[in-house]
Design a protein. Structure first.
Length: 105
């Protein structure tokens, strides 16, 4: 199976005006990261609810399954935090390019 491209990012070419290319790439990266973050947030809530509704130990009244569900869903929440950091870096991409590569006036 081939490796699928992320078409939103792979379609941006770094030719011609690099400032415009970095701006477009940063915007697409931010938008993509925000969409991933939203999806991961929804998945974390849905997964925790689904696992939490499973029957746990009889004497613990199912509290053990809720705790385990929270631990599993925490992984998705951590991934969501990473996408938030990725979105922030996408916003900083063009600004950093301008800072280091545009002539001072």
């Amino acid at each position: 199976m081939g490796r699928p491209d992320i078409t939103e990012l792979s379609s941006i070419e770094f030719t011609g005006s690099l400032g415009a290319a970095f701006l477009a790439y940063g915007k697409q990266l931010t938008e993509l990261a925000e969409r991933w973050g939203l999806e991961l947030e929804i998945a974390a809530v849905d997964a925790e609810a689904a696992m939490g509704s499973m029957k746990g130990h009889l004497l613990l009244f199912g509290l053990d399954s809720k705790v385990r569900a929270r631990r599993v869903a925490r992984r998705l929440k951590r991934a969501q935090e990473l996408t938030a950091a990725m979105a922030e870096q996408g916003q900083l991409l063009h600004r950093t390019y301008r800072k280091h590569f545009t002539p001072k006036q």
